[in-house]
Design a protein. Structure first.
Ligand SMILES: Cc1cc2nc3c(=O)[nH]c(=O)nc-3n(C[C@H](O)[C@H](O)[C@H](O)COP(=O)(O)OP(=O)(O)OC[C@H]3O[C@@H](n4cnc5c(N)ncnc54)[C@H](O)[C@@H]3O)c2cc1C
Ligand code: FES
Ligand code: FES
Lengths: 766, 497
């Protein structure tokens, strides 16, 4: 079959998400009561109005938790239900259960705090830093001697770069269903990227051993990192409800609750300093990244190193000093989002290059070209770059875009249009693949061949639309020599493959695909050995392909047996038709003390060129063309990979230009619904032209490369393309490197109006 | 108050009893068990809940539809749709389309990889199918416009665009008439043939009482009973996503008479009168409106999204009294008048700019409703400006409309200028109007208009823009009005030098 069964079901509207599952008769619906401000304390809750609404209403608080009230993983600093104090707006204080969802929501709205008092709140990471409020010790990576190198530079520029956070807007909000189990534990259906992570948290909260908590994830309606760690709390709340009532409980957040109470991409505020020689070669770079980590640790300690690892972008810099600070603020705990700290790092180095190019009077495209990574260059964390495709993807991209001519055409357009200006930017990418937390680079797979020849594959990978199931099915089908239709990829369950890692860091197909390939190969070998023995043939001469067994010297002789018949015989012959396999990414090592090592299995390269037209009368813009050349390795499924490239780019472009995630100084998220938070729509997107550069990658399954995150960086070009157009309108314009480049900023920069620090939060009604 | 409603869902007739108003989305997913209609935002902004709605239409006075001729089909978001509004209609969900397997719309999306997580997919399939059913021009640009109410967070829209283009080219030759088109779409599998046949037939007659002789009067009369008046529901249900149980609503009368757009002489003047149920889509598509305000249809795509425009009434836009409402800004510049009808049928006429009293406070007495909107019948030159953070499907940061009438020498004989987003109510810019009246368009004139507009109102800081930004937008809108209304003067050169 040409197509993925999942995608067919999607289009037929038959795909089942959490809220679509059949509801048990005695199901209770959950809603949450959350904190009203960024920081405060309370003495208790007045539940009278909520309980009076309906006899089914039940309210659970921290006191009802049988185990530990703790969601933290790296640091135990995040209670599931606030006890006496809250640290951010939207922190869950009570779980409300009722017979219907709207009743539960109305009951939650009827709860009142008793003895509540606000406390001072910090929302700015630099303020938190100044107060010494860091979640963990800062991390610094050094290479060469940047301080000494600056002295030798022809030009040194420094500046500040700020990037806002980003809401995931997975279209399916967070949700879970928990069922009490007669073992005394719970079973959960959870929309999570990491079922084992949910299992661990639920067990902890309920005070149960992990083997009494079973978690299943069929799929998610989008996740993008937002359901890596942060699905656990919602699942644990449902589990608590089910445990306390011994009834099934479903939680499915409203969009507003989801946007208010769940983590997002980290806002960063950074300082940079870059030094170059007179030819524009970068000699030294320093940066300090003040990560707004939010009120709790969450995944921040794993995100900061990814920023540091990508501090140099796709460039070779011989002298580097970069430091990341995890600043604790009274905002929602920020979390994983596709790119995982990488985009924030890329924005800073691109800002530094932009500023340097302007100071040198050099074409920014040329400046970037001169500094691209080359084969054998050693990164600032001591990893030699192998199989570097930076220059190749860059040159291909420029050629595809017709670069010098395109630039000339833009200049001509700008000369003749007083109220409209075009701009262009190019964005090379080099992105490291592997979890930055080393122990996470492991995965397992369990394959069953049923005795009719059909195949079931389980791994730790979760499907969220990224097509990992499709890739797993193709890998296993290839390894077993059967058609893809014979392979079903199962939902991800903690009872089938245990101790899995969340599907994240672009590694879902790499790690789980490799484990599945190992398991499939194991079964294939057993089948071939059995066939050889029973047919009395040399095992080396036998192959399985297209669902048939062949004896190879004479393929023309036709198949010996069908796969199904072989399996049936093997079953009778008491051959084990199931196999479990385990894969741990080889070759990784990292020394935290020296910040040196080889944290990545390999790197992904690519380049994008983006053009934009700015309406300088109204301060609006429209992106025109995006040309991308992306290093996919040998693509397991080009259609899936193309979708990942385009989709990631759109998210990056949204982050760079459109998505306006702002908090006021009281910690209130200003855009907390889709009517106020705007993400890319079809009209926003430019024409897309993607070339996949398919060079075999021996470091990953089937010579492929991971694809989920790297193309997101291309979107950063959106910021710089607009900046380029603004400079055409106002030559010599000084820019603040402040992302996203919203229409408001565009007009403010064009007119010279001061852009105020932030809105005070008035009426935003329609 | 219990009431019955009667409608067809896909190919099944339903007659249900309602004791209070509910969202159509909740009933479709709940009682009907059709989970292909998704909830992504519950406020009309994502399109995951998109359905196709069919109902009777026809020119004013047309009583019964001749074979299918009186049916119309459009897309709507089920999360902003009152369940009782299904009365007398036919609703199509993904299950109705998918009963015989993949349709060409689904196949095109499948081949192009236009579905990843799939949560948005049913909405896109319905939007594109609805486009093939009722799109005026079947071309790639129109196909992409048809999905402007649909968000996808996964694909980046490249694949969706490729699928839409493919479909537009493949179906470029569809007949224009609805019966012909439905038959063809049935033949080519876009619609299951049995469904296509039903889509032509009249839906079950509404269970609600027959419509009154005076449009609006019924609405007003029932409104007096403390029920809430609902037009398209696109504002009301966004503000009330979980309606109170037992909520009593009265739907704005949707009979052909209430949807009329007709010329009339009344109260001593010539008018173009728009009934209370006239929707945004209908307004922009109306030949009479376009004759009065040439070029106004260019601005349709800047308002909301197709499924919202298909439902959003002009009267609802006005009564909602948002200071930033786009249609209100347009109607203010067009010098509209409201016909208000009270419970006892008492009528009064009110100029639109006098209707807004304070933030969200309007001159509407208890039990009164907007029965019609009147525009003076003399054609005008018109421009509308809106800047929002996203070009499509977004509420404006600020907006402005300018309507002018010129004398023989090109002098501005009359100017009406509105502005939204800079005060607690939609404004008319009296100083700008005074400045422009009797003036010849020039750079200096519009620079001055810009200064006046920027100083008008009391803009606030909020998520959609700071006060400084809003003032600057107003200045730029005045310039933009000049550039658009007098292109031959090439004012942009001088304004930008
Ligand atoms: C996703 C989305 C996007 C939107 N985009 C825009 C946009 O770009 N520009 C814009 O201007 N608006 C926009 N809106 C707002 C809304 O669509 C419009 O204001 C619309 O015109 C409201 O009309 P309605 O018929 O749906 O109103 P309803 O929701 O039915 O009613 C709104 C209010 O008016 C009252 N009312 C309705 N009809 C009458 C009547 N005849 N007499 C007295 N009172 C009445 C109701 O009681 C209610 O209080 C958007 C809404 C959504 C959901
Ligand atoms: S659920 Fe988003 S538009 Fe209806
Ligand atoms: S496919 Fe996931 S939102 Fe569109």
């Amino acid at each position: 079959m040409k197509h993925n069964f999942d995608f067919i079901q999607n289009l037929l509207g038959r795909t089942v998400y959490i809220d679509d599952l059949p509801e048990p008769a005695n199901l209770l619906h959950a809603a949450v009561f959350t904190s009203p401000s960024a920081h405060g304390s309370f003495a208790g809750l007045d539940l009278s109005a909520a309980l009076a609404l309906d006899p089914t209403v039940r309210v659970l608080t921290a006191a009802d938790i049988p185990g530990q009230n703790q969601l933290g993983t790296a640091v135990l600093d995040e209670p599931m239900l606030a006890e006496g104090v809250w640290h951010f707006r939207g922190q869950v204080i009570a779980l409300v259960l009722a017979g219907s969802r709207s009743l539960a929501r109305r009951a939650a709205a009827a709860i009142k705090l008793v003895g509540a008092a606000d406390r001072p709140a910090v929302t700015d990471p630099r303020v938190a830093f100044a107060r010494g409020d860091l979640i963990l010790k800062p991390r610094t990576q050094r290479w060469g001697d940047s301080a000494a190198a600056f002295a030798l530079c022809h030009l040194v520029v420094s500046g500040r770069a700020d990037s806002a956070g980003q809401e995931h807007v997975y279209l399916e909000t967070q949700g879970a269903i928990a069922l009490p189990d007669d073992s005394g534990g719970v079973r959960l259906m959870s929309g999570t990227q990491g079922p084992s992570g949910v299992q661990k948290i639920v067990a902890r909260v309920l005070g149960l051993p992990m083997n009494l908590v079973e978690v299943e994830t069929r799929r998610m309606g989008g996740a993008f990192g937002g359901k890596e760690d942060q699905a656990s709390g919602w699942a644990a709340l449902a589990a608590l409800g089910a445990f306390a009532t011994q009834r099934p409980v479903k939680i499915y957040l409203s969009r507003r609750d989801d946007m208010t109470s769940t983590g997002k991409r980290h806002p960063y505020s950074s300082d940079f300093r870059i030094g170059l020689d007179k030819d524009g070669k970068i000699l030294a770079f320093e940066a300090d990244y003040y990560q707004n980590s939010g009120a709790a640790c969450d995944l921040s300690p794993a995100i900061i190193p990814r920023t540091l690892f990508h501090a140099a972008g796709a460039y070779h810099i011989p002298n580097v000093r970069v430091t990341g600070y995890l600043c604790r603020t009274n905002l929602v705990p920020f979390t994983a989002f596709r790119g995982f700290g990488g985009p924030q790092g890329f924005f800073v180095i691109e800002a530094a290059l932009d500023k340097a190019a302007a100071a040198l009077g050099l074409d920014p495209v040329e400046l970037r070209r001169r500094n691209l990574l080359r084969e054998g260059d050693v990164s600032h964390y001591g990893m030699p770059h192998e199989g570097v495709l930076a220059t190749e993807t860059f040159e291909r991209c420029l050629a595809r875009a017709g670069y010098p001519e395109r630039r000339a055409a833009i200049q001509e357009y700008n000369r003749t249009n007083p109220a409209s200006k075009r701009g262009l930017a190019v964005m090379p990418v080099c992105f490291g693949i592997s979890f930055t937390k080393m122990m996470m680079n492991q995965g397992g797979a369990l394959i069953h061949v049923y005795n009719d020849g059909s195949v079931g594959v389980s791994t730790g990978a979760t499907e969220m639309g990224q097509g990992v199931s499709r890739k797993l099915a193709l890998i296993v089908a290839r390894a077993l020599g059967v058609s893809q239709t014979a392979v079903r990829v199962e939902s991800t369950r903690t009872t089938t493959v245990a101790n899995t890692m969340p599907t994240a860091a672009s590694t879902g197909a790499d790690i789980n695909g490799m484990a599945a390939q190992l398991a499939a190969t194991e079964i294939r070998q057993r089948l071939l050995a059995f066939a050889a023995a029973s047919l009395q043939l040399d095992p080396a001469s036998l192959t399985l392909r297209d669902g048939q067994l062949f004896a190879d010297p004479e393929p023309a002789a036709g198949p010996l047996l069908s796969f199904a018949a072989l399996v049936a015989k093997a079953y009778e012959g008491r051959v084990d038709l199931s196999a479990h396999a385990f894969f741990a990414t080889p070759g990784l090592h990292y020394d935290l003390a020296t910040e040196r090592g080889c944290p990545f299995a390999y790197h992904v390269y690519g380049c994008a060129l983006l053009t934009v037209t700015v309406d300088t009368l109204r301060g609006r813009y429209q992106f025109d063309d995006a040309i991308m050349v992306h290093d996919t390795g040998v693509s397991i499924d080009p259609l899936v990979d193309l979708g990942q490239i385009e989709g990631a780019f759109a998210q990056g472009l949204g982050w760079a230009a459109l998505e306006d995630l702002r908090f006021d100084d009281k910690g209130r998220l200003l855009a907390d619904t889709l009517s106020t938070y705007k993400l890319p729509d079809g009209h926003f997107m430019p024409r897309l032209d993607v070339e996949m550069l398919q060079r075999p990658n021996p470091k990953a399954v089937a010579n492929s490369k991971a694809v989920g995150e790297p193309p997101l960086m291309y979107g950063i070009a959106g910021w710089f393309a607009i900046a380029d157009a603004l400079r055409a309108a106002r030559p010599g314009l000084e820019l603040a490197y402040d992302l996203p480049m919203t229409c408001e900023k565009v007009l403010g920069l064009l007119t010279g109006d001061l852009v105020p620090a932030g809105p005070s939060g008035g009426e935003a009604g329609r | 108050m219990e009431r019955s409603i009667r409608f067809r869902l896909n190919e099944t007739l339903h007659e249900i009893r309602l004791s209070g108003e509910r969202l159509a989305l909740d009933w479709i997913r709940g009682e009907a068990g059709l989970k292909g209609t998704k909830e992504g935002c519950r406020e009309g902004d994502c399109g995951a809940c998109l359905v196709l709605l069919g109902g009777l239409t026809g020119p004013a006075g047309a009583s019964a539809p001749e074979a299918g001729g009186g049916m119309e089909w459009y897309s709507a978001t089920a999360c902003t749709l009152a369940l009782s509004d299904l009365d007398g209609r036919h609703v199509i969900t993904i299950e109705g389309l998918a009963q015989a397997g993949l349709t060409p719309v689904m196949s095109a999306m499948l081949d192009e990889g236009a579905s990843q997580c799939g949560f948005c997919s049913p909405g896109f399939v319905l939007a594109l199918t609805g486009f093939l059913v009722s799109g005026r021009h079947i071309d790639p640009v129109a196909a992409m416009t048809a999905v402007e109410g649909n968000l996808c967070r996964c694909t980046g829209y490249g694949s969706i665009r490729r699928a839409a283009v493919r479909l537009a080219l493949e179906f470029a030759d569809l007949p224009d008439d609805l019966p012909g088109r439905l038959a063809e779409l049935g033949r080519r599998g876009v619609l299951p043939p049995s469904l296509a046949a039903l889509m032509l037939a009249a839906p079950p007659p509404a269970a609600r009482p027959p419509s009154p002789s005076t449009p609006g009067a019924a609405t007003a009369a029932t409104a007096a009973s403390a029920a809430t008046v609902i037009g398209g529901g696109t504002d009301y249900f966004v503000r009330h996503p979980d309606p109170e149980p037992g909520l009593q609503t009265v739907l704005v009368d949707q009979t052909p008479a209430a949807r009329r757009i007709e010329s009339l002489q009344a109260d001593g003047a010539d008018w173009l009168e728009l009934g209370a149920a006239v929707t945004t889509s209908q307004f922009f598509a109306s030949a009479a409106v376009q004759a009065l305000v040439p070029g106004i249809e260019r601005f349709a795509d800047e308002i909301a999204s197709p499924p919202i425009r298909n439902r959003a009434t002009l009267a609802g836009n006005i009564a909602n009294a948002s200071p930033i409402a786009d249609l209100t800004a347009m109607l203010l510049a067009l010098d509209a008048c409201l016909v208000l009808v009270g419970p006892a049928g008492a009528r009064r006429l009110l100029r639109l700019d006098q209707f807004f009293l304070a933030y969200k406070k309007i001159d509407l007495q208890p039990g009164e409703a907007i029965a019609a909107i009147r525009l003076p019948a003399e054609p005008v030159r018109f421009n509308f400006e809106k800047v929002a953070r996203r070009a499509r499907l977004d509420i404006a940061s600020a907006n402005s409309a300018l309507a002018v009438r010129l004398d023989g020498e090109g002098r501005i004989r009359q100017a009406v200028c509105s502005a939204g987003g800079i005060a607690a109510v939609p404004l008319r810019l009296a100083e700008v109007e005074a400045l422009l009246t009797d003036a010849l368009p020039s750079v200096e004139l519009f620079r001055e208009a810009g200064r006046l507009a920027a100083a008008a109102g009391t803009p606030q800081d909020d998520v959609r823009g700071s006060s400084v930004y809003r003032r600057r937008l107003l200045e730029r809108f005045m310039w933009a009005h000049a550039i658009r209304l007098w292109p031959q003067l090439k004012l942009e050169k001088a304004l930008f030098s």
